[in-house]
Design a protein around this ligand. Sequence first.
Ligand code: ATP
Length: 513
Amino acid sequence: MTNQDDQFKKVVSHAKEYGYVFQSSEIYDGLSAVYDYAQNGAELKKNIRDYWWKAMVQMHDNIVGIDASIFMHPTTWKASGHVDAFNDPLIDNKDSKKRYRADVLIEDYCAKIEGKIDKEVDKAAKRFGEAFNKEEFITTNPRVVGYYDKIKTILSRMAKSLESEDLADVKALIEELEIADPLTGSRNWTEVKQFNLMFGTKLGASAESAMDLYLRPETAQGIFVNFLNVQKSGRMKIPFGIAQTGKAFRNEIVARQFIFRMREFEQMEMQFFIKPGTQKEWFEHWKEARMKWHLSLGMGTENYRFHDHEKLAHYADAATDIEFKFPFGFKELEGIHSRTDFDLKQHEEFSGKKLQYFDHETNESYTPYVLETSIGLDRMFLAVFSNALVEEELENNTTRTVLKLPSVLAPVKAAILPLVKKDGLPEIARQIMDDLKWDFNVTYDEKDAVGRRYRRQDANGTPFCITVDHDTLEDQTVTIRHRDTMEQTRVKIEDLREIIHQEVDVKTWLKKM
Ligand code: ATP
């Protein structure tokens, strides 16, 4: 097992042990790629959603939020292109009977080449020491340049074949690269076929009158069909945005990697309506703004990168992903897409209703262009959670497991601990808790020695522990311990709220943007 696999396993088991994420219907052996958020997970997820909502909606007077239904009129999905084009290219292995996404097999192959590049870089960095210039090395070292060329050739050929729906060539590429079934090593492949990812269901009771519906595969369309309603009722002027968070459903084939790729997941999307011709500037604007949002959480600049798309979706004229370094490597966390006027034009055509904007300043009507930012809430959860989980070597040669969640996102902000279960200390601890709970999610813990309780809260991600001891009875002070530094200071009970507030307040964090 590699280090990466090992780290990822720890993430999954920690999420279960500390009440963050459970397999859905676990007592029935679970349901593949469906998960439940537990008591701590639900809080963390809510805090991430709020952090996004505040940054996008509350901080922009030209962005409003809506909450559209999961069910939509079925014509929506014809107009959006999902009925015809929301397909994954699939390939089966005849020996193992396992099904794969052909594009993922090819991308994984390229990721392996990237791994070789990383090894070359590491070797050279060691060899050259201080004098090492990475940029120069990767652009001049013949072997590395060769690897990059190879990746580029493979990915652009794949993009071209997928674009022109030349599935035979996708298969040919898999065969030429001698890609084998990752589980069995077999190279006995079927043809590549397209498979639609939408879940179908029915509305209505009787078989004759029932209407075929889909569970929405993205939240974006609920925004597009409401474009004019929101614009008129909110008297919105272009440029303006509509944001929403909510569930989406995709019948994913390669459903693995825990909550990274689920069949039921949640998106946080914002569609920004702009004047045609201004899409390049807005694309750059939102790329930068979204990256700043991520960086404000302090999870390490080196863990993010942009990945511009070679193959553009049918609706886009530019697209990039913000990729994050998950325990299994850099993968898409958020997509930023310049969607042109594709969606509004399609809905105009299929509904027969005009979806245009009238500009009072220039006295002209036009179909706005759209810039989309789309992030998976569950993927963001995984990014935050996996990045936070560390094992630290301590000075006394012991280790501690600590979940260094950004404190603004932590499910529980403080644990109140009476040093002993007597002498009136629990009563004071309860009082402190009753006072703080109006402002923060706090917890009370009196079981076990205080050191063990600290460890438990560290592993739970709680930024502060507040310990009530015998001195508290005399002078109304308590010890406050900081999760990341383990530093302990003596403070007045009356100052606790302000100390915690300073550290966990959304404002403090968003201001870093
Ligand atoms: P991928 O290439 O990983 O399948 P995508 O390009 O299809 O993703 P989009 O349609 O752009 O994804 O959706 C926007 C965001 O929604 C993604 O960046 C991701 O964070 C999230 N997302 C998409 N599919 C899933 C899924 N099955 N499970 C969890 N999150 C998802």
